[in-house]
Design a protein around this ligand. Structure first.
Ligand SMILES: [Zn+2]
Length: 256
């Protein structure tokens, strides 16, 4: 089910109710029912990136190979990103970092280190504002272009992978991403490492869901995530999973 098909169902259902009202005196109050269902679909579709409701999103790879991808959102962070990079190097794993544009200034060397060490970089908008989903198409394009320019100035490459803030998609976000030729990247294992849950609970949540082709969402912004990451790297190694960046898992290009 997509945004367009849901709109069609709403129009068809509403037309049927109007016809029934005209010929069989069915109450127009019944119009509330498809409207409520439509609204529920919009809320579900915008908040669940795996639903592919407003835009197609890559959330896992269809493979039986023992390979998974790690992704880190919301950095670069001068305190935690270096520690994440050190852990990844220790366990010979690579990952994709979806960076926030406004966090890049002063952390340029971390972006260079990511590229040198075989990781990849994606776009996570410039502001990551709490109200970002109220932006129009041009607003989203500006957010993406600002971060793309900042990353380009450091690594000399144009990013093509985009992770929507909070995993929320909207029609305007989808249109901006399409116009700028971004590939929207979701996940199928949400660690919830920014919640109050303990590192043990988060680690257990991640490990219990690991399977071939998975994309794991973490944030390089807390000490807790470092614990979760190390335990997950150990677990993956014990289980013979290879850990790679998102574009390697999905066999696509991360840059223009
Ligand atoms: Zn984020």
């Amino acid at each position: 089910m997509t945004y367009n098909s849901t709109r069609c169902y709403l129009i068809i259902a509403s037309a049927i109710i109007v016809l029934l009202h005209t010929f069989f005196t069915v109450s127009l109050w019944w119009l509330i029912l498809p409207s409520v269902i439509y609204l529920a679909c919009l809320i579900y579709g915008s908040s669940v990136i795996q639903a592919n409701f407003f835009a197609p999103a890559y959330c896992s790879a269809d493979t039986t190979d023992k390979i998974i991808a790690l992704s880190f959102d919301d950095g670069p962070d001068s305190q935690y990103t270096p520690q994440v990079l050190a852990l990844l190097a220790n366990y010979e794993a690579t990952a994709t970092f979806f960076v926030i544009g406004k966090h890049i200034h002063g952390n340029e060397s971390l972006l260079k280190q990511m590229i040198t060490e075989g990781h990849s970089i994606g776009n996570h908008t410039y502001s990551h504002s709490f109200f970002i989903d109220f932006k129009n198409v041009q607003g989203f394009k500006d957010e993406l272009n600002q971060t793309s320019d900042l990353v380009f100035n450091v690594i000399g490459k144009r990013v093509k992978l985009f992770r929507p803030p909070y995993g929320v998609t909207t029609p305007n976000l989808a249109k901006a991403a399409k116009l700028l030729d971004y590939r929207i990247i979701g996940w199928n294992i949400r660690s919830l490492d920014t919640t109050k849950d303990s590192a043990e609970v988060i680690t257990q949540r991640v490990q219990s869901q690991i399977k071939s082709g998975a994309i794991i969402l973490l944030h390089d912004t807390s000490a807790k995530t470092l614990q979760v990451l190390e335990q997950t790297l150990i677990f993956a190694q014990q289980q013979d999973y290879k850990i790679v960046s998102v574009e390697r898992l999905l066999k696509m290009e991360a840059y223009e």
